[in-house]
Unconditional design. Structure first.
Length: 334
């Protein structure tokens, strides 16, 4: 697939009329020191969705003086599902910006109606996709003269994508952006006995079609045991903590189970597992009011950046799969 890259340059040169008898004289204001900025996007996929078509409008950033900077993305279109794990799509490539602080940053998108703009394809066809406020939020950034800041926006579709009355909606709840030098990636190896045991324990909850939805749940370090692990509901019950990220577990051609989570802020986390992802609504509390159960606590992990960001951390769930990694390749990390 050809990846379109948009390169935009912002000029900070202003012409001022000079005082004096020769009215056609001009002077040039000094050019502010500049740094470079790049923005990429990645995602964590979800079961049942085959295509998430994104159509971008512009990058908008406000500097410390309140000046709004706009960068046209020329209706850049791509399938978000093509960029999973550590793979990412480069939306803005090394643009020059005056040094300083930038806030209220976001990327506008073209809201979809199923025919035009953003859309989702699933087993029932093509549907319009609406993004909350028509924007993908970007974190505040600081551009340093002579340096290149590269950040990536991560979208967790399992937690953020929901469907209502034939239309898909994507919320900001499941999005974050991270400086590539301050993040790492997680590669999980999954014990096949966990898969078999979970499916056996919950045969009465087998989904239509017989395919269980195996999910890995990532929690912040304050979660210390399985009894604190909430599902994806927006309002977790008391004493429970909502997951930071959720990823499907997949099986490679050799039968090994694995999962991946990309662009995670460095820090300590804990991993949970369930085969009942088909019972976990992204909005409802399915632990208190539904049939969802967290099956295993896979213990704590530490995500490290490495020397330049993008270091991969391998985590074994149970006995793992003997080190046969899968699912993560390529990408913009670091």
């Amino acid at each position: 697939m050809t990846i379109c890259k948009t390169v935009l340059v912002l000029s900070s040169i202003f012409w001022l009329g000079a005082c004096g008898s020769d009215g056609d004289s001009t002077v040039t204001a000094p050019k502010l020191p500049q740094g470079k900025f790049s923005l990429a996007i990645s995602d964590s996929p979800m079961t049942g969705v085959s295509h998430v078509g994104m159509v971008m409008g512009e990058l908008v950033m406000t500097d410390a003086a309140g000046v709004i900077h706009r960068h046209d993305l020329q209706s850049m279109a791509f399938n978000l599902l093509d960029y999973q794990g550590i793979d990412s799509h480069l939306m803005v490539d090394s643009i020059d910006l005056p040094s300083g602080q930038y806030h209220d940053a976001y990327v506008t998108i073209h809201q979809g109606d199923g025919n035009q703009g953003c859309y989702v394809e699933d087993g029932q066809g093509r549907h319009g996709l609406h993004v909350e406020n028509g924007q993908l939020p970007v974190s505040d950034v600081e551009i340093v003269a002579g340096q290149h800041l590269a950040i990536t926006m991560e979208i967790d579709l399992y937690r953020g994508l929901s469907q209502e009355q034939g239309q898909y909606n994507l919320s900001h709840e499941a999005m974050w952006s991270i400086d590539n030098s301050h993040m790492g990636h997680l590669l999980g190896e999954v014990d096949p006995q966990w898969i078999a045991d979970c499916e056996t324990a919950y045969t009465d909850l087998t989904p239509t079609g017989g395919q269980f939805n195996h999910l890995a749940y990532l929690y912040p370090e304050q979660v210390t045991n399985i009894n604190q692990m909430a599902d994806m509901g927006t309002n977790p019950p008391a004493s429970f903590t909502a997951p930071t990220a959720v990823s499907p577990m997949m099986q490679d051609i050799d039968g090994n189970w694995h999962f991946s989570m990309g662009y995670l802020p460095a820090g300590n986390y804990r991993v949970g597992y369930s085969c009942l992802g088909h019972l976990d609504d992204p909005i409802a509390d399915d632990i208190s009011s539904g049939s969802f159960v967290m099956f295993k606590d896979s213990g704590s992990i530490t995500i490290e950046t490495g020397t330049q960001g993008g270091q991969q951390t391998v985590h074994e769930c149970g006995n793992g799969n003997g080190g046969h990694h899968g699912g993560m390749h390529g990408g913009m990390g670091g």
